[in-house]
Ligand binder design. Sequence first.
Ligand code: KG4
Ligand code: ZN
Length: 336
Amino acid sequence: MADLIAPEELMLGIETSCDDTGVAIVRPDGTVVASAVASQVELHDRYGGVYPEMASRAHVDAILPTVRKVLDDAGLTPADLTAIGVTRGPGLIGSLVVGTNSAVGLADGWGLPVYGVNHLRGHLRSADLDERRVTYPAMVLLVSGGHTLLAHVQENGDVELVGSTRDDSVGEAYDKVARMLGLGYPGGPAIDRLAKTGTPDVDLPRPGRDLELDFSFSGLKSAVSRFLAAHPDHPPENVAASFVEACLDVLLSKCRKALEQYPSRCLVVVGGVAASPQLRERAAALCTATGVELCLPPLRWATDNGAMIGLAAWDYRARGLQERPRPSTSLTIADW
Ligand code: KG4
Ligand code: ZN
């Protein structure tokens, strides 16, 4: 789709759906000219999770300086930009409103078109940042703090949602188990590090076997909580290792099933949890065994960032989808 657009064109991508203010300048071929993420981790750490109102306020403070930084880093001015893409959902409503209002203000002031981008389509396109990797049809495993889903994607951007979580997302389960183990927020990277030093000696359930391609993680999280209450002195690294192994068994068995049911040239693993080295290794092993290609975003593009929104915005431009970005908390991955 993006081939129709001249490669020297530049999209400003803005992401504020949750707790990070991400801004980037991206070419239609996925080249990232500049990118910056203003992290709010320290702000939310003391609450053990994202405090929505604080997140909105922090976006207000960070958004214009982050846009300026990216333009300065790239040695560009607003006049060099072709258009703006901004996350319109799903996410925290206050954070989305700050992002979309700011983007509309900048677009009006600079005389640029502005596209409201589905955050989930941004994650999907993150696998083509820096270089084109995805071949179609593709099976996409999207694992983030807000979502856990499997989608079958065609080259023209058509998406069929084939499985999703019935309760918690896997990222949420990581964050909650991290909290139980006193590891702070966000929990994913901390759990990964601890798990690497442990032995998976705790017998935890693999929930969702009877759910076809849907997932369920709340039972696993509760099982960890019950185990810790009964065995407070069990080595935490072994609990973390057992939890990670249970999550990965569930994720990879569903991926295998999905690849059997939906002919796919590649498996794409995206979203914050795609930064997990254990998940990357297990996905690689599955792809070797099944003969499909593996497409992973570079680590820095797995968690929320402006570049993935910028690249996705080129698809909206190619489809002529421009309208005032309307924030929406309820978009699915099949929506534009
Ligand atoms: O995609 P993302 O940045 O934000 C959402 O759209 O939700 O994902 C954030 C989630 C958090 O739950 C975080 O704990 C998890 O991704 N995460 C990880 C890792 N890095 C971030 N989970 C496992 N391993 C990691 N290295
Ligand atoms: Zn995300």
